[in-house]
Design a binder for this molecule. Structure first.
Ligand SMILES: C[S@@+](CC[C@H](N)C(=O)[O-])C[C@H]1O[C@@H](n2cnc3c(N)ncnc32)[C@H](O)[C@@H]1O
Length: 228
């Protein structure tokens, strides 16, 4: 995994190749989340979705399997993650990718929905989180649903939920791997408190979000772009 001069965390090499088994091991109910969120987008005014930080394409597959009529644009700065996504989605029509950041997308086209799944905690500073949320907001139709999932909560919530996560991990992970990953979550990833998430979304032009999913340190939220 590489960090660029702009603090962009790009998944590559082994991290990209092992990503799908990694999320299954480390995020309890990841598959349940993926099978659920598409239902929350079903009433969007247009079946077009922007998937920011789409990685290996898991949210794209989930949405296409739920309803094949969706057009999806997946955006991710990692060429390797996008490569895996392209392979997985090769048999689906109406799916396109951009290797890069959401700010590089033309902004005349407005999407009917968007996702930002497991991305925000790689962004260090609140002003950079806000800038990303604004880039997404300006590419959405008024009222469009926006699903966000990641590490949210204050220090105390994270501490308690990490213990729960540790108890739920599969038995075949080594102690070293567990220790390193828990250390990384605590000290290198940039959780957002619930209060801060609410403020960031409101400042970016979204409604106050509703939590619909929680599994250990991870939670999923739904909001909509404001209509005026
Ligand atoms: C943990 S993966 C999540 C992949 C996918 N959303 C999922 O849930 O399986 C995080 C992804 O975010 C991408 N990423 C990091 N910073 C980003 C940014 N500023 N904008 C968009 N994607 C970013 C990484 O390259 C990586 O593929």
């Amino acid at each position: 995994m590489e960090t660029t001069e702009k603090d962009l965390v790009i998944f590559e090499g082994e991290r990209a190749a092992n990503y799908d088994s990694f999320v299954q091991q480390w995020i309890p109910n990841y598959e349940y989340f993926m099978s659920t969120f598409p239902k929350l987008l079903a009433k969007a005014s247009e079946k077009t979705m922007l998937a920011v930080g789409c990685g290996t394409g898991n949210e794209l597959i989930a949405l296409k399997e739920f309803d094949g009529e969706w057009y999806i644009k997946g955006v991710d700065p990692s060429p390797e993650m996008i490569h895996f996504a392209q392979q997985k989605l090769a048999s689906y029509e109406e799916v396109e990718f951009l290797i890069g950041e959401v700010g590089q997308l033309e902004n005349q086209k407005l999407f009917g929905a968007a996702t930002l799944i497991l991305v925000l905690h790689f962004i260090k500073y609140p002003n950079e989180k806000l800038a990303l949320l604004r880039e997404i907001q300006r590419r959405l139709k008024p009222g469009a649903p926006f699903v966000i999932m990641g590490i949210f909560g204050n220090r105390e919530q994270l501490r308690g939920n990490l213990k729960v996560l540790e108890s739920l991990l599969p038995n075949d992970l080594s102690e070293k791997e567990i220790e390193e990953r828990l250390e990384r979550i605590t000290n290198s990833l940039h959780r957002t408190s619930e209060e801060e998430l609410r403020k960031l979304l409101e400042r970016a032009g979204f409604k106050s979000p509703t939590r619909f999913f929680q599994t250990t340190i991870y939670s999923g939220w739904i909001t909509q772009k404001l209509t005026n």
